[in-house]
Write a protein that binds this ligand. Structure first.
Ligand code: AMP
Ligand code: MG
Length: 312
């Protein structure tokens, strides 16, 4: 009883906040334009997988959500990476508007960028290279931002949005070069300095999970992040994928990943059922936050889940 009173008190002003209402309207358009673009490009929309014995192990600390159902341990989806890899064996191009649960630690509550329930538009292309994904996303962003600027002029004006239509092609910055020039806070520094989105490419092997493909240099990955300007930071991660059993095994051993946890996936890889692919996922709330020039992603959802807080 005590608890539900506390929740009702904090959620009602949020529901009535004109900033939230405008941002939610813009977010609906962001999703509509992004998915329309992907459909036009031949992508098939899949519905999200919410629970599975298999989900992204992630490369940072989150609390685990697991439950036992008739002897199988299920997890809530942290990303659909493995399902995407399997899905491209059935369809060449797929996307999912995918809700993800990541129980992020409490200190992320003021980052402006973290929720513990958020949505990615997650996509994968059979036989594609990293460059194909970057080209697709640049065109998608142009389409989404131009469309939203036209359709949501009033909402963006009320929000005081300063978003510009980005200039293509986006700049590519190598991770290790940026680290050497700007030190460990390079991403923040570069994002704050920048006036255009840019790609951060060639992330070192220790910075990512085993499914991003290793480059021939043996140290960096054929992957990328998209960094938004004006301090809004990362909005997308993606890359080419490992699909060969021996290589996946090596990469899991390097990371200390439990082979038992991934036995289904490993069996599929050993049976040579995985195919070369590349893809990415971008956060709907982070993209909307940028387009609306908002201080926090929580303003883009009616029922936001901010790390460490107990909203409805
Ligand atoms: P990842 O592959 O882990 O980088 O996740 C893909 C994208 O999802 C990120 O680039 C973000 O845009 C978004 N994302 C990841 N974690 C969160 C979070 N905790 N809250 C909001 N958005 C997130
Ligand atoms: Mg990322």
């Amino acid at each position: 009883m005590e608890k539900s009173k506390k929740i009702m008190k904090s959620i009602i002003p949020h529901l009535e906040d004109p900033v939230v209402k405008n941002a939610v309207k813009v977010k609906a358009r962001v999703i509509a334009y992004a998915t329309e673009f992907l459909r036009e490009q031949g992508f098939i929309e899949l519905l999200p997988t919410i629970v599975s014995p298999l989900t992204d192990p992630l490369n940072h600390e989150v609390f685990n959500v697991r439950f036992n159902y008739y002897g199988t341990v299920y997890q809530l989806t942290q990303s659909m990476i493995f399902h995407k890899q399997l899905a491209v064996t059935a369809f060449e191009r797929i996307f999912i508007v995918s809700p993800n649960i990541r129980l992020e630690t409490e200190e992320k509550k003021d980052s402006g960028r973290h929720l513990f329930e958020f949505t990615q538009i997650d996509l994968e292309m059979k036989g594609a290279k990293r460059e194909d994904v970057m080209d697709l996303i640049e065109r998608l962003l142009l389409y989404v931002i131009s469309g939203v600027k036209q359709k949501c002029r009033e909402e963006l004006e009320c929000l005081g949005s300063s978003v510009k239509i980005p200039t293509m092609p986006f700049k590519k910055v190598r991770y290790l070069d940026a680290l050497q020039t700007y030190g460990k806070d390079f991403e923040k520094i570069l994002s704050e300095k920048s006036t255009e989105p840019f790609w951060l490419i060639d992330i070192p092997i220790e910075g990512r999970e085993f499914y991003d493909k290793l480059s021939v240099d043996g140290r960096t990955l054929l992957d990328m992040d998209l960094i938004l300007p004006q301090g809004y930071g990362e909005v997308l991660s993606g890359g080419e994928r490992e699909h060969e059993y021996e290589q996946i095994l090596k990469r899991m051993e390097y990371k200390g990943t439990s082979l038992e946890d991934f036995k289904w996936y490993l069996q599929i890889a050993e049976d040579e059922r995985l195919v070369p692919s590349a893809g990415c996922g971008f956060g709907v709330e982070r993209l909307t936050r940028y387009i609306c020039s908002l201080p926090h992603v929580s303003l883009t959802r009616l029922f936001p889940k901010v790390p460490g807080m107990d909203w409805i």
